[in-house]
Design a protein around this ligand. Sequence first.
Ligand code: FES
Length: 241
Amino acid sequence: MESPYDVLGIDADADEDAVVRAYRRRVKEAHPDHGGSLAEFERVRRAYEHIAAGRDPSTFEASASDGEPGTSAARNGTVRDDASAADRSAAEEPEEEDEDALGPTVEYLDYEAVEAHGWELTDEDLFEKAAAADLGVDTHGLLVVDERETLLEAAERYGFSWPYACRGGACANCAVAVVEGEVEMPVSTILTDEMKAQGIRLSCIGEPVTDDLKVVFNIEKLPGLAELRLPAEQFNARADD
Ligand code: FES
């Protein structure tokens, strides 16, 4: 049976830092543009969560790559490259680590799951609870943001359909709550100072400026933000003109 440590390419006695570093590296390798797939991404995420939760390695099941490709069809969107998930050999030598080359790593969580489970954005253990809930990769997981890429662009590169409308800082459809880390927006936006102070950012123009972030997306229906929403159809219609 495959060990979660094999999935991350580390020894079974690796310490916590080594596990996190390996996780970040493997997430990048699992990206469809780098020869991986969302199925592999799910497998890596499961391995990390199995280790992080202190579970018995012998009980690890990489079920997403074994029989559930596409468990995670992105909400309102498509998922790339599920069927072509080629499991990497556990014996394959990992690429040489280059921490500097790895972009910011974003752990994301869909607000719908927060609501459905009765959690709060302010819960200190929000992402730990999400990890324990074994949510699909469209709802909870990791993505790596490339240089000069916005958060929304990165999510779309992974095949996710996060909400948006104007893509220019003029609405709140693409709003996310940054729970940990920082996302900078280059221009003044429709968001109030109070919203910004609460960690609300616009994913369409926001670029991560810290190595690790935790972000809740799909928050556009929250009070205050709902009034700033624009009908996405209006922009789709323009795009079709
Ligand atoms: S989509 Fe309108 S501000 Fe991002």
